[in-house]
Design a binder for this molecule. Structure first.
Ligand code: BGC
Length: 249
């Protein structure tokens, strides 16, 4: 994998983009962003993605597009935090037409996990790793010995009678004005449940909130090791570009 590749990460509230040196696993230049249009339909999002791409002319070849849904055979199959008109949409074909470049479309947490397992907090760890992204929802990516099991949707696992992401996401923390101990009590409950089911060796905690790991990290409890994501909110962009480069060969 070589070259400078464009990565784009669509989130519930903002879209981020950056040029990634895929051989070094890092951003070249700055991460840029734009608000996610509401409603976040494919028609409303495409001009936003194209405008971000136009501001980053330094990349060549395929583009990686990380998206908050299950992606099977190139199509979005769930739409928990994006407009339901995405269901069945071929994100690669749509953005490919707009940019006139090949596009790789993948789940956002899978993208973040690829970056962290290859270059970040999971580098050098064998066994089972679960990447968690705390944002509008909770994204998950499951790896064994570096191999991704794609499209796990463990943020929708039931916890205390409700979906885990409706109880413990970063957005819920903000909306309910939870202090760190109150939020981390919920996160610890989620980690305990995940541990009982998957017995990971490492949890990587990501999403923009992981930039504040120093404030809440000491409160986290699990039988597995817990590390903050090294790339925090940039992981999706970096991993999307890496996946696009890998597909291109
Ligand atoms: C979606 C996942 C996504 C996660 C993080 C969830 O609501 O179902 O596909 O990875 O949010 O964005």
């Amino acid at each position: 994998m070589t070259g400078h590749v464009l990565g784009i990460d669509v989130g519930g509230s903002s879209v981020k983009a950056g040029i990634v040196d895929v051989a070094a696993g890092r951003l070249v230049g700055e991460l840029i962003s734009a608000p996610t249009p509401q409603p976040s339909t494919p028609t409303a999002l495409m001009p936003v993605l194209a405008a971000l791409a136009a501001r980053l002319p330094g990349a060549r070849g395929a583009v990686g597009l990380a998206f908050p849904s299950v992606v099977k055979q190139g199509k979005a199959r769930t739409a928990a935090n994006v407009d339901p008109s995405w269901l069945g949409t071929d994100g690669a074909a749509l953005l490919g037409q707009a940019l006139r470049r090949p596009v790789l479309f993948l789940n956002d947490a899978d993208a973040a996990g690829i970056a962290e397992v290859t270059w970040g907090a999971g580098r050098g760890t064998s066994g089972t790793i679960i990447m968690l992204t705390f944002g509008t929802g909770i994204g998950t990516a499951l790896f064994t010995d570096g191999r991704l099991f794609p499209n796990t949707e463990l943020g929708h696992m039931e916890l205390g009678g409700m979906e885990a992401e409706k109880w413990a996401s970063a957005q819920v923390r903000t909306a309910q004005k939870l202090d760190w101990p109150a939020w981390i009590e919920r996160v610890n409950g989620y980690l305990a449940r995940m541990h009982a089911l998957f017995w990971p060796d490492l949890f990587i905690l990501g999403g923009a909130v992981s930039e504040r790991f120093a404030e809440f990290g000491p409160l986290l409890r699990s039988e597995a090791r817990i590390e903050p994501a090294q790339f925090a909110g940039q992981a999706g962009v970096i991993g999307a570009a890496m996946a696009a480069a890998a597909r291109q060969g």
